[in-house]
Design a protein around this ligand. Sequence first.
Ligand code: ATP
Length: 344
Amino acid sequence: MGISVRGVTKQFGSFVALDNVSLDVNSGSLVALLGPSGSGKTTLLRVIAGLEEPDTGTVYFDETDTTRVPIRQRNVGFVFQHYALFKHMTIRENIGFGLSIRKRPKAEINERVNELLKLIQLEGLAGRYPAQLSGGQRQRVALARALAAEPQVLLLDEPFGALDAKVRKELRDWLRRLHDQMHVTSIFVTHDQEEAMEVADQIVVVNKGRIEQVGSAQEIYNTPATPFVMSFVGPVNVLKPNNPLVKHLPPQHTSEKGEVFIRPHDVVILPHQESDSLPAEVNRITHLGWDIVIDLSLDSENAVAVHLTREDFRQLEGQLGELEVGQQVNIRPREARAFAQSVI
Ligand SMILES: Nc1ncnc2c1ncn2[C@@H]1O[C@H](COP(=O)(O)OP(=O)(O)OP(=O)(O)O)[C@@H](O)[C@H]1O
């Protein structure tokens, strides 16, 4: 089932939550709506679900205009951040609930629930109650429940938002694998760029009720369409026009507005001074597992952050000796981007 959103606008009072949004979601794909808090992601998901009626615009499921079709008739499955499973029902009963109220035969319900329990790898826990499961297991049950009635579209609103980092990571991998088996057209909301990049086929970057860019993780990271996308997806240094690094760049890397974006891994720390290098002073060294962040000051007003892999860091220390705060180094930008619009 493909989904097409055309010119959707939604206001709450005078506040414009969605501003003329158009989006195509291919049948069978897994799409992330990524954006900061309040950008309109949930509102867009709710409009697609039929939980919210847009002021203007149309939502198509395949060729059918579903804008005013009630949620019950849309055949969508929903998973929320805090999906309250029924506490007094076992896992088996929770998963089968939607089928029971549709008065499906018991044998059919049993069969479907067994299938789903296997899919979410909780076969052994069918007789437990939600309180006896971990948060991650509960979300898997919530997902199985949403899938029970074989929805044509699966909508997930920050499904792993309430879980700790390790469980989130496991569930992401698991959701991706599950999707590869099921191929249900799925849209999930997240404000976590890493989550979007890891799980989704396509990422829709939402900002202030508008879509800034749609693309694969690689596309939005390597060729961001706007300053917002560049600064929201992946770490970045936003340099003011008077930053010495900017003056150091070839003209094609500078914009009319003067702001320049440089990814921290696109600044190279050199072992020696070179004719095109720039002096900088080490302000701080932070070890973040595989990445090492080195904050450098270029003069009294301007700074830049550099990310090195542990391997690069080790190599650099082999050439320079142990790096210390206050040490003078030489740097060179490798890659930079500028946009016609301003972000600062
Ligand atoms: N029913 C409502 N009444 C009034 N304002 C609303 C309503 N629903 C959403 N909004 C406002 O619309 C804006 C977009 O909300 P939405 O929930 O879509 O954002 P979001 O991107 O999902 O954010 P978050 O990640 O924080 O959930 C917010 O400023 C919110 O306060």
